[in-house]
Design a binder for this molecule. Structure first.
Ligand code: S3P
Length: 170
């Protein structure tokens, strides 16, 4: 049976990759994998604890290794971690088997979504929105560079985002 390209969701923390991926998976009846959840279950440790024990570099190595497993079209929907675009080889692997969808948002919308969140080690700082804006400035060019399709989700409801993705994929 023919396999279709994976749908790879990229974008900043708090842009909705996991929620969008779950809903897409229900609508398209395709398997959903959240890379961070996958690593947390396999390592039996939260992302926060991974950053604390093996450091960001250790976490990035696990993330890179996982990207190598998704280098062929297998009908999957994959939500990546927001920093996956920092490594060109991660993106080369993911792009081999998938179409990359960038969920674009604004620092203000992301700061709102993550206002009570304490699961993102990179955002455990006093001024969350400033940190988001700083990281976004570094990363935005990379999200754009790797995106096959960009969806501005800053003012969209979840269902509208999912419907728009399905429409754009046709
Ligand atoms: C990170 C994003 C997180 C997680 C880790 C690092 C990043 O994933 O991989 O905390 O560097 O942007 P989400 O984008 O799912 O929050």
């Amino acid at each position: 049976m023919k396999s279709y390209k994976n749908i790879i969701l990229i974008g900043f923390m708090g842009s909705g990759k996991t929620s969008v991926g779950k809903k897409l998976s229900m609508k398209l009846k395709r398997e959903f994998i959240d890379m961070d959840d996958f690593l947390e279950k396999r390592e039996k440790m939260s992302i926060t604890d991974m950053f604390a024990t093996i450091g960001e570099a250790g976490f990035r190595a696990l993330e890179a290794d996982l990207c190598k497993r998704f280098d062929a079209p297998k009908d999957k929907i994959i939500a990546t971690g927001g920093g996956v675009i920092k490594s060109p080889s991660n993106m080369a692997n993911l792009k081999k088997g998938g179409v990359v969808i960038y969920l674009k948002s604004t620092p203000a919308a992301i700061a709102f979504n993550l206002q009570y969140d304490n699961t993102r080690p990179l955002l455990q700082v006093e001024d969350k929105e400033a940190k988001i804006a700083e990281l976004m400035e570094q990363r935005e060019p990379l999200y754009k560079k790797y995106a096959d399709i960009t969806i501005d989700v800053s003012e969209l409801e979840l269902d509208d985002t999912v419907d728009l993705i399905i429409k754009k994929l046709k």
